[in-house]
Design a protein around this ligand. Structure first.
Ligand SMILES: Cc1cc2nc3c(=O)[nH]c(=O)nc-3n(C[C@H](O)[C@H](O)[C@H](O)COP(=O)(O)OP(=O)(O)OC[C@H]3O[C@@H](n4cnc5c(N)ncnc54)[C@H](O)[C@@H]3O)c2cc1C
Length: 556
């Protein structure tokens, strides 16, 4: 955390140097001493400090300055830093003006020039002022601040990205806190740039306007480019399956890179509480699981590129070559595909337009807190929807789960159904499907088709979270890797047609259990045809596949 600032302003450079020297020798250990030879420049400095979220403890200004005198400067400065102590430096002739400034312009003190010896004529009075300031001083948040609005899709995307990548940040909703004086001061310091939301302010004083996740990723040091262009093992997708493969591969000595499009943790990272993962009797959040796995993988030397997307693939002899979204390439001998599944889109008028502005796919962990006191709709009847409903119920006034069927029993685990039944503010709306969503710039209402009555009911809604199943996105594999009709990747025995090995297979062995129709390319987790869609099974497959990779690499 940066030290609080003592700022002095004097157009006479000798006096400025002298006051800075005296302040520094007495207070330098605890405060940062800054100086300026003009009031205008000092105001600019204060605006920059405000954007960096730095604290200012004292403003000390000479009364006689051209363009703007000391009292005027202190009054302007008060708009930016109202809590800073304000003092004037005056000549004897200006004493009367200084006394009236104390009353009229809320100046805390005035010092007569020269102030020698400072031990008698400067420090005791400043000690008093600074003690007083410290009594109400609360250290400021020393990290990234994000300014935006709740109903902006861009702000949502950015916040979701930061939380899923476990980057701490302070969120300032400029609409909700429009009457908050500190927010007003911050927006004033930003000036016209305040309209380029979302704005990200970094502790080093830099800022990004209309910020995109990739820009912020670069700025906070998330790694998106590989250190070298060849690895023994490359893993595409950093969910539980990919992370497990990374930990096992690297711990067994393979040079390993893992490329993840959004944030390590995958779907599991969005889970508010995973209760069925072995070894965690009271459950753990997906974010916690992801954080632990990332640390473990990094400890074994896995290089994690995130956010970075793989967009293409080709082979050259024994090399499998990945094309990344930034145009760069990575080659490897063994390739693991663990790209999981992505949410299925809900096909109803208005959904795409209001996505991120009240309509969300998935858990929307960042949104849960914002739903305090509101009515929240959750669409879907599987475990993911149940977990989300339980999480929202902690904050929202009421949560309504919309399901097409007549109950949850065929789609949701019994432990979750029991928890939902016991939760006072969760209700279930059966035979219900979303027919349309309404709202100008944010979700306002939902039209629900009730299949039992064949009627449409229109209800008010601020947020709707959709969990209606998921499909793999494997188009980037082109025609190379065999998939089923839904895009899930075929491996091992599933590749055989009428007892024959896959077309083009040239080795004198069968494909390994988790190997695709291309030797050395493996698929694990949810993206694999026939996989059990669970964290533990993904982790199991990711770890087991590494054994086959060793066997494969021994012959390359
Ligand atoms: C909300 C929710 C709650 C859940 N709760 C539970 C639970 O309690 N217990 C349980 O056992 N299971 C649960 N599941 C299911 C479980 O999370 C999944 O089965 C598991 O995450 C699958 O792991 P995976 O590694 O195969 O794929 P995913 O977790 O889907 O990870 C795949 C990763 O690949 C990345 N990716 C995709 N394409 C590319 C590309 N081209 N380039 C780079 N990266 C790419 C994605 O961004 C993603 O991070 C839950 C799922 C959800 C959504």
């Amino acid at each position: 955390m940066a030290k609080p600032v003592l700022l002095s302003v004097d157009d006479d450079s000798d006096v400025l140097r002298a006051i800075e020297r005296d302040l520094r020798s007495q207070y330098g250990a605890e405060y940062r001493v800054m100086g300026s030879d003009s009031a205008e420049q000092a105001l600019d400095i204060l605006k920059q400090l405000k954007l960096r979220n730095d604290s200012v403890a004292l403003l000390l200004a000479d009364q006689r300055m051209p363009q703007m005198d000391g009292v005027q400067f202190l009054q302007e400065a008060m708009r930016i830093y109202p809590d800073a102590k304000r003092a004037l430096l005056t000549a004897y002739a200006d004493t009367t003006a200084a006394i009236s400034a104390i009353n009229e312009a809320s100046i805390n003190y005035f010092f007569l020039k020269p102030w020698d010896p400072p031990s008698e004529r400067l420090y005791p009075q400043l000690d008093d002022l600074l003690d007083d300031w410290k009594a109400s001083y609360r250290p400021k948040f020393d990290g990234i601040r994000v300014l935006g609005t709740r109903w902006s899709a861009h702000s949502y995307e950015l916040r979701d990205f930061l939380s899923r990548n476990q980057v701490p940040y302070h969120w300032i909703d400029v609409e909700l806190s429009a009457n908050d004086p500190e927010t007003k001061r911050l927006l004033d310091a930003l000036g016209p740039e305040a309209s380029n939301l979302p704005v990200v302010l970094f502790p080093d004083g830099t800022k990004l306007l209309e910020s995109l996740p990739a820009q912020v990723a670069q700025k906070v040091g998330l790694k998106t480019r590989a250190q070298t262009n060849f690895y023994q093992l490359a893993i595409v997708g950093g969910g539980p399956a990919g992370l497990a493969a990374a930990v096992y591969g690297a711990s067994e000595g393979l040079s390993t890179v893992m490329i993840e499009r959004e944030a390590p943790g995958g779907q599991a990272g969005m889970s508010s509480r995973i209760e069925n993962y072995l070894g965690f009797p009271i459950g753990l959040s997906g974010a916690d699981l992801a954080r632990r796995a990332v640390v473990q993988a990094q400890r074994f030397g896995v290089e994690i590129l995130s956010p970075q997307e793989v967009v293409g693939i080709r082979t050259e002899g024994s090399y499998r070559i990945l094309k990344l979204a930034d145009g760069s390439e990575i080659s490897c001998h063994a390739l693991m595909i663990s790209t999981g599944v992505q949410w299925r889109r809900l096909d109803a008028p208005g959904i795409d337009r209001l996505q991120g502005a009240g309509v969300y796919y998935g858990g929307g962990a960042t949104e849960a807190l914002s739903c305090k006191g509101e009515m929240v709709y959750v669409v879907g009847g599987a475990n993911s929807a149940g977990q989300a409903a339980m999480n929202f119920a902690k904050y929202a006034d009421r949560v309504c789960i919309l399901v097409r069927g007549d109950s949850l029993s065929s789609t949701m685990s019994k432990y979750l159904i029991d928890q939902i039944k016991q939760t006072r503010n969760i209700e279930l709306w059966t035979h219900a499907s979303v027919a349309e969503v309404h709202g100008v710039s944010r979700l306002e209402e939902i039209s629900v088709h009730c299949s039992d009555t064949n009627k449409i009911e229109r209800v008010a809604a601020a947020s709707m979270f959709i969990f209606i199943g998921a499909l793999p996105q494997t188009d980037w594999l082109g025609n190379m890797v065999e998939r089923d009709e839904h895009g899930f990747i075929l491996t091992g025995p599933d590749l055989f047609r009428e007892g024959n090995r896959p077309k083009g297979w040239s080795l004198d062995r069968d494909p390994f259990l988790l190997e695709t129709n291309i030797p050395g390319i493996f698929a694990v987790g949810d993206v694999r045809h026939g996989s059990v869609k669970r964290v533990a099974s993904g982790v199991g497959e990711g770890s087991v596949a590494v054994q086959f990779i060793h066997q494969y690499l021994s012959k390359v």
